[in-house]
Design a protein around this ligand. Structure first.
Ligand code: FEO
Length: 171
């Protein structure tokens, strides 16, 4: 059984991961609207992954005999200045999420909850990967500056991302 504090922390994280999906869908909508279909697709893939993170937390909370609670999800920002601004915001957001995961790990350590500590290790690794991927895209975008051809090439490249999880079954 999870402690009350651990249970609340994991439930809050489940809501935060769902909010991440909502935020990335909002970014995807902006990018599609600005005629960057590849980046829009990449961001949709990102949103689907976030939902899978929320689902992982749901399953773990339930498996430990606690009740998953669906908290309110805020409406995300819907407009940005440019694709670069979007990617910069993603990195900011992921760094915040990393901080939240680290806080959860600290609770698990304080409470000697070894099972939750082990469960959270996956998220720790995932955050390293997410921050690294986004940092690298952002750094390339910064180098491109106003070079439109470069942005179009990057859009094509990001459009080739294969989603790890597909929510809507293909016909
Ligand atoms: Fe689930 Fe991108 O953090």
């Amino acid at each position: 059984m999870l402690s009350t504090k651990m249970e609340k922390g994991l439930n809050d994280q489940m809501v935060a991961e769902t909010y991440s999906a909502y935020l990335y869908w909002s970014m995807a909508a902006y990018l599609h609207d600005q005629d960057y279909p590849g980046m829009g697709h990449w961001m949709e893939c990102q949103a689907k992954e976030e939902l899978s993170h929320a689902a992982k937390l749901f399953a773990y909370i339930t498996e430990r005999g606690s009740k998953a609670c669906m908290g309110a999800i805020d409406a995300p920002q819907s407009d940005w200045d440019s694709p670069l601004h979007v990617m910069d915001s993603v990195l900011d957001h992921e760094r915040k999420v990393t901080g939240m995961i680290n806080d959860l790990v600290n609770i698990a350590m304080d409470e000697r909850d070894h099972a939750t500590h082990q469960f959270l290790a996956w998220f720790v690794t995932e955050q390293v990967e997410e921050e690294s991927t986004v940092s690298s895209i952002l750094s390339r975008m910064k180098k491109m500056g106003d070079y439109v051809q470069g942005l179009i090439m990057l859009d094509n490249e990001l459009g080739a991302r294969v989603p790890l999880y597909d929510i809507i079954p293909k016909k």
